[in-house]
Design a protein around this ligand. Structure first.
Ligand code: NAD
Length: 523
């Protein structure tokens, strides 16, 4: 029997063990031999469809290398994908919940066997080092397992409690809502791509999934696993393409019932706006689930264990080069310990080597030219908005390879209202902000329009309790790093401009893709 209580998050791989490093290197060789240079077509109604134009995935750590190509969907492809998904829905919505859940569980089992391959592919396609790729594939497995198991609580008539009433039978029925569009980012191209597709699917919906332009290969790999696991044709349509073209077409289409989007605030708000406009032929209000950016802060007060705080800051800031929505991009330190914390932080950050993901460097290249240019712009601004304590240069090359490398950068004494303290940079750049005391630190933490992750390093119970209620963040962490939410353990999602707080990997996430019907029979 499938039960949510049986869910256990995947353990992570210990890369201090030489045999795990060797296994990873072997996987890189295998992926180079078998997957690199390959082409991934669209999948519409279970069939592979090629297109005249293609999207290219470059290795960000060695831009001379083409990792592979995907098809580039046209508007006609998107139209067919949507139509086919509605046809597939007619039977998929009638499947028993447990039968649908078994497909996800089988996909999780296949991915467990192919875990290293998925990791190695991401190392090449988006520049994740071994540990970063490993935790992401673990998260993808967790999403499949967790959503499969948590679906069971929505199965059958009477799944949700109603009050007894004389002379009648009353009950609630959760029903799938139709066909939706899932649009994902490049920074978690395996876990977020599959999580945002698997959740609506297990609930009985069909999905047209559009991956990010830079990361279509790992998404195609995941679609193959879902098909191998037995997903019927048309339930998951794979549609790599350009966001402004097919993404825009799908989100504005009258036959799109829901949109699940993870990406930047600008695109998310645009989707929210266009999806709210009713178009001819549309007979519902579109549901829009948005997971957007952040300007995440960690506070260190004068009572904190400073070693714990500096380690947490380092991990939160530079893991995957700061390219996480949850990354610590503001370090807020109270004046009394400011110099000690900042000096130690800069010393530790100085030791971070910049290199290729393939050689497992702690800091690798950022994903593409656009990111490189955007981050470089903030580096130019840094000396005007604070004191550059470390880094400050785009590198463009590391270890003899041309790529989108940026030096880990720390900028001290940044004003809380400065652009460096307010805007999401999405790279290895940390702004340090000086607070007079604890209350000032909390005010600074709450002074952006975002509200995604946050942290406090303190040993004062009353401050932690105050932060529990007043620190405006969807995911708050005490005395540890602020990244690395685990499915089911730390359901993830932000407030304010960081999103609709739908909590991926949380107990109510599947309800986003279900509607509740109340049915009454008078005896
Ligand atoms: P992005 O907004 O540039 O792109 C995301 C997706 O939207 C891509 O698939 C893209 O093709 C598509 N898109 C672009 N324009 C579109 C349009 N007009 N209509 C429909 N789709 C369109 O974001 P990105 O650079 O891929 O990802 C980084 C961003 O994602 C950061 O802001 C990061 O904070 C955020 N993010 C948030 C979370 C979260 O859970 N809150 C998780 C990961 C990433």
């Amino acid at each position: 029997m499938i039960k949510v209580q049986d869910y256990r998050p995947q353990p992570f791989t210990d890369f201090t063990q030489p045999e795990n490093i060797q296994a990873y290197e072997q996987a890189l060789k295998k992926v180079r031999a078998e997957l690199v240079g390959k082409h991934s077509p669209l999948v519409i109604n279970g069939e592979r469809v090629d297109t005249a134009e293609r999207l290219t995935s470059l290795n960000p750590c060695d831009t001379a290398e083409v990792v592979g190509t995907t098809a580039k969907a046209t508007i006609e492809d998107a139209q067919r994908a949507l139509q086919g998904a509605w046809q597939a829905w007619e039977s998929w919505k009638r499947w028993d919940m447990d039968a649908r859940a078994r497909i996800l569980l089988r996909a999780a089992a296949i991915l467990k066997r192919r875990r290293l391959e998925a990791c190695a592919l991401m190392t090449l396609e988006v520049g994740k080092n071994y540990a970063e790729a490993d935790v992401e594939v673990a998260e993808a497995i967790d999403f499949l397992e967790y959503y499969a198991r948590s679906a069971m609580k929505y199965a059958g008539f009477g799944a949700a409690e109603t009050t007894w009433f004389e002379g009648e039978e009353n009950g609630l029925l959760y029903q799938p809502i139709g066909v939706g569009v899932s649009i994902s980012p490049w920074n978690f191209p395996c876990a977020i791509f599959i999580g945002m597709a698997a959740a609506p699917i297990v609930a009985g919906n069909c999905v047209v999934a559009k991956p990010a332009e830079d990361a279509g290969l790992i998404a195609g790999f995941m679609v193959d696993i879902m098909l191998e696991a037995g997903l019927p044709a048309g339930v998951l349509q794979f549609l790599p393409g350009v966001g402004k073209e097919v993404g825009e077409f799908l989100t504005t289409h009258p036959k799109t019932r829901f949109i699940t989007f993870t990406g930047s605030r600008a695109v998310g708000l645009h989707i929210n706006e266009v999806a709210a406009k009713t178009v001819p032929g549309q007979k519902w209000i579109k549901k829009v689930i948005l997971e957007l950016g952040g300007k995440d802060a960690m506070i260190v007060d004068e009572t904190a264990d400073l070693d714990v705080a500096v380690t947490a800051a380092l991990q939160g800031a530079f893991g995957f080069n700061g390219q996480k929505c949850s990354a610590m991009s503001r370090l807020i330190v109270v004046d009394e310990v400011y110099d000690r914390v900042v000096n130690a932080f800069v010393e530790r950050a100085k030791a971070l080597r910049v290199g290729t993901a393939e050689e497992n460097a702690p800091v690798t290249a950022v994903v593409n030219q656009m990111s490189f240019d955007k981050i470089s712009g903030y580096l130019e601004l840094a000396p005007q908005e604070g004191r550059v304590l470390l880094g400050g240069q785009p590198l463009g090359e590391a270890n003899g390879k041309k790529g989108y490398y940026i030096q880990p950068t720390v900028v001290g004494d940044v004003d809380p209202k400065a652009r460096l303290a307010q805007e999401e940079i999405f790279g290895p750049v940390v702004s340090v902000l000086r607070a007079r005391d604890w209350n000032h630190a909390l005010d600074i933490a709450n002074s952006t329009e975002y509200g995604l992750t946050g942290g406090v390093c303190s040993t004062k119970r009353e401050r932690l309790e105050q932060a529990r209620h007043e620190f405006e963040a969807g995911n708050l962490y005490f005395n540890r790093k602020i990244t690395g939410a685990i499915v089911g353990v730390q359901p993830f999602g932000g407030y304010f401009m960081s999103g609709t707080d739908s909590k991926a990997g949380g107990p109510d996430y599947l309800a986003n893709f279900l509607q509740l019907k109340s049915v009454t029979e008078r005896w």
